[in-house]
Ligand binder design. Structure first.
Ligand SMILES: Nc1nc2c(ncn2[C@H]2C[C@H](O)[C@@H](COP(=O)(O)O)O2)c(=O)[nH]1
Ligand SMILES: [Mn+2]
Length: 197
């Protein structure tokens, strides 16, 4: 079992909310790595952020993408992911294996500025993707719990700026639904479907 499965491991958070064609773990990490290129803060090593982003969820190609709704303890999630990373990096030559394992552990332990920055990117990428799914459906505001659970968890000024811009656009979309033209016959149907459709 190798790394390539990541391309086919869907992000659980979207699966549980019945999002059509949910992104994979690879999609998530790739976009985080691309956003990491935007960092301007000279105290932060951009290259290390890109590497951390590309490695941080690698264990999920074996363990799967454990979501809060799975109610698996932090300790158990860490145990499974550490075991997976030891296995995966053991498939590589010693130097590369150590480099990747150390990156994963740095993120897991949040032991550097870069790891903390990438954790915020992780949360930002998730709400960015949530908004995109709301737009695609379109069901403005449907994935509000992803925004609620990340409230107050952004601290770096550059990421706060991105989050503010995202929320501004999303809120205008939601408000637009409230004050736009009278609802069509379909929209005025009572929403009798379960909340998570
Ligand atoms: N419904 C929710 N799902 C969430 C929330 N926070 C994270 N998640 C999902 C997203 C991923 O599928 C998975 C873990 O994400 P990692 O990037 O940390 O591996 O859990 C939430 O608030 N609501
Ligand atoms: Mn992640």
């Amino acid at each position: 079992m190798g790394f390539s499965r990541m391309m086919r491991v869907p992000r659980t958070g979207w699966v549980y909310r019945n999002v059509g064609k949910p992104e994979s773990v690879s999609d998530h990490m790739y976009r985080m790595a691309v956003i990491a290129f935007l960092v301007k803060d000279e105290k932060i090593n951009k290259d290390r952020c890109v590497r951390l982003a590309l490695v941080h969820d690698m264990a999920e190609c074996i363990v799967g993408d454990i979501a809060p709704a799975d109610n698996i303890s932090k300790e158990e999630k860490h145990r499974r992911e550490k075991e997976a990373m030891e296995h995966l990096t053991g498939l590589l030559n010693e130097d590369v294996g150590k480099e990747i394992f150390d990156l994963w552990e740095e993120y897991e332990n949040q032991s550097s500025f870069e790891a903390k920055y990438v954790k915020e990117l992780d949360r930002f990428e998730m709400i960015m993707q949530a908004f995109e799914y709301e737009e695609l459906e379109p069901k403005p505001g449907r994935l509000q719990d992803f925004f609620d659970s990340t409230k107050g968890k952004f601290h770096h000024p550059e990421i706060l700026q991105l989050v503010t811009a995202l929320n501004t656009e999303r809120n205008s979309r939601i408000m637009g639904t409230c004050i736009s033209a009278p609802p069509t016959a379909q929209e005025s149907e009572p929403n009798i479907l379960p909340h998570n459709t």
